[in-house]
Write a protein that binds this ligand. Structure first.
Ligand SMILES: NC(=O)c1ccc[n+]([C@@H]2O[C@H](COP(=O)([O-])OP(=O)(O)OC[C@H]3O[C@@H](n4cnc5c(N)ncnc54)[C@H](O)[C@@H]3O)[C@@H](O)[C@H]2O)c1
Length: 252
């Protein structure tokens, strides 16, 4: 069994499905003990159980990432169980798209709370525990949309651009504590969440525009997250890694 994360204790938000679940599975397969945190508590428990059934270590946490107390509970529980805390992946988001005039206070507040406030709370609570453990790695899932203007995606693009700002500033503050903070910027990855928002026609169009000729798999993001979580990336912090098959750089 590969063991790049052997003995490390990780928490992944939005870990019940999609990219988050793939990160949980990959981290556990590399030897980490994984906390699967999601607002869908039942599905988080199923994901953790599936890992335990394969002999890996995983615990489930039900909670809303918009609340600081959700991170306090999960991180402190992991510390109590395993005696340390090493890796945090801020992945969860509640996202909706729509033209400028359709943006409501509710969608604005909810997207900002799940996509930005959560990253602040996660970093604040997670970093304090990492200081107690002598260091760690925080990975924020941003998006290719952090760099691009997506039609009818003003709030999403703004939130994801903000994640990069939080990442850079936190990297500067936390470097002296041996805590690295990086972001991953995926292109289109065909998860349950994304299928609600893009049509098969748009999928085909994006694939055709992607230099590497396909859309992303959840495993593409999970492997990048493992790199940033492991000591393979020991001297990398404040960075944003595009995992998009080259589409962001393509002028077609
Ligand atoms: N799929 C893509 O094409 C793509 C592209 C770029 C970036 N991303 C980013 O990757 C991340 C994961 O995307 P995905 O497609 O796997 O999403 P998804 O919608 O499939 O999964 C998101 C998960 O977050 C959970 N969640 C939502 N609100 C929550 C809350 N308040 N508290 C706790 N958990 C909550 C959901 O229950 C779900 O399990 C997101 O940050 C997304 O913006 C995705």
């Amino acid at each position: 069994m590969p063991d790049r994360l052997k003995g490390r204790i990780a928490l992944v938000t939005g870990g019940a499905q999609g990219i988050g679940r793939a990160i949980c599975e990959h981290f556990a397969s590399e030897g980490a003990c994984v906390g699967v945190l999601d607002i869908q508590g039942d599905r988080a428990e199923q994901a953790a159980q599936a890992l335990r059934a394969q002999g890996m270590q995983a615990l489930a946490y039900a909670g809303d990432v918009a609340q600081r107390s959700t991170f306090e509970h999960a991180v402190h529980d992991l510390e109590q169980h395993f005696g340390r805390f090493d890796i945090l992946v801020n992945n969860a988001i509640w996202a909706r798209y729509g033209s400028l005039e359709t943006v409501t206070a509710e969608t604005l507040n909810r997207m900002t709370a799940t996509g930005l406030h959560s990253v602040v709370w996660g970093i604040q609570v997670g970093a304090a525990a990492m200081v107690r453990s002598g260091g760690g790695s925080i990975i924020n899932i941003a998006s290719a949309a952090s760099f691009l203007g997506i039609p009818s995606g003003m709030v999403y693009c703004g939130v994801k651009a903000g994640v990069l700002g939080l990442t850079r500033s936190a990297a500067v503050d936390l470097g002296p504590h041996n805590i690295r903070v990086n972001a991953i910027c995926p292109g289109t990855v065909t998860t349950e969440g994304v299928r609600k928002h893009i049509s098969p026609e748009l999928e085909t169009k994006r694939m055709a525009r992607t230099p590497l000729g396909r859309l992303g798999h959840v495993s593409d993001v999970a492997r990048a997250a493992c790199f940033l979580a492991s000591s393979d990336s020991d001297f990398i912090t404040g960075e944003s890694l595009l995992v998009d098959g080259g589409i962001t750089h393509a002028l077609l």
